[in-house]
Write a protein that binds this ligand. Structure first.
Ligand code: FO1
Length: 312
């Protein structure tokens, strides 16, 4: 057994970008010692179904059933159900697959019978054979609302229905002040040997988790053990619209711009070799800097980065 196998790790995660690193961690350490705290700001109710995209992306990825072409939904998916819904004149911009549908029905039914989102997530990950704990950031709905020049809209409408076209002026997390961290979230941050912030969108994936009452405070208390992997490489997002959103909100799209957002609670900030010129600026923010290959194309890349993080 390598020293890395004895470590307990808590990871904060969004969806597709995070899942690459999570898969690497899952293979590089004892998966039972990994806890993932997942963004639920993307959650939405459509056609009466409670959909939790990031929880499902993480669970499907670790279970080995995710669609490898999209990074969301299930491998070998079909869309007969969605086509039938379209016949009734319903909006079908959100692509719910036939296999994926079973997850949404199961979760919606559990919630309707008084179970929590945490209990639903636990039921789904157990059924799919995932060994790591997967915790929603909160059991209360905290939808991410994009404030755009075309008005306020749910994040999924902005991302999928409007293809991130409306310019954004702000973002808020509806109901965040009244929300609580889900059971186990604060403890997982407090107790882990390492806390890893996955390379997810800092504004709409990690941002909602940080906004849950007491989460940021708990991370600050563990600052020396917090490692954040930058999702921006060479000024561009590794995945999704992070770069465009950071620019529109006046943060700038660079590794050091993300570092500024994380400086109060991060001990070590991980950047790619391409951004090594930004090391002094990031160090000046009071963080250590690790320069590692952060672009993960293959499974070997994912494991290599995971091992390097565990060895820091
Ligand atoms: N992303 C898309 O770009 N288009 C879709 O139609 C879509 C459907 C979808 C269905 C279930 C699911 O769990 C995720 C889905 N996603 C889709 C991904 C998701 O909207 C986002 O990537 C995440 O919310 C951001 O992490």
């Amino acid at each position: 057994m390598t020293p890395a196998r004895k470590l307990t790790v808590t990871a904060l995660a969004g969806g597709i970008g995070a899942s690459k690193l999570l898969l690497g961690l899952y293979g590089a350490m004892d998966p039972h010692a990994l806890t993932v705290i997942v963004n639920t700001g993307d959650d939405i109710v459509l056609h009466g179904l409670k959909i939790s995209p990031d929880l499902d992306i993480v669970t499907y990825t670790l279970a080995g059933v995710v669609n490898p072409a999209t990074g969301w939904g299930m491998r070998g998916e079909t869309f007969h159900f969605l086509k039938r819904l379209g016949i009734y004149g319903r909006e079908i911009w959100f692509n719910l697959g036939d296999r994926d549908l079973a997850t949404h029905i199961h979760r919606t039914d559990l919630l309707a019978h008084g179970k929590t989102l945490s209990q639903a997530a636990e039921s789904i990950r157990h059924a799919l054979g995932v060994k790591s704990r997967i915790l929603p950031m909160s059991d209360q709905p905290i939808p991410t609302i994009m404030e755009t020049r075309d008005g306020n809209m749910h994040f999924q409408e902005y991302l999928i229905k409007h293809r991130t076209e409306p310019g954004i002026r702000g973002i808020h997390f509806s109901g965040i002040k009244q929300a609580h961290a889900a059971p186990g979230v604060l403890e997982a941050i407090c107790d882990a040997d390492r806390v890893i912030i996955c390379p997810s969108n800092p504004l709409i994936s990690i941002g909602p988790i940080l906004a849950v009452p007491r989460v940021r405070e708990q991370l600050r208390a563990r600052k020396e053990s917090v490692i954040a992997v930058c999702p921006i490489v060479g000024g561009k997002s590794l995945k999704g619209p992070s770069d465009k959103m950071l620019i529109q909100l006046g943060c700038g799209s660079s590794a050091s711009a993300v570092a500024k957002l994380y400086a109060d609670f991060t001990g070590t900030f991980v950047i790619d070799r391409r951004d090594s010129s930004q090391e002094p600026a990031i160090r000046a923010l009071g963080m250590k800097v690790a320069i590692l290959p952060t672009v993960m194309k293959t499974y070997a890349d994912k494991r290599r980065l995971a091992r390097a993080l565990l060895a820091l």
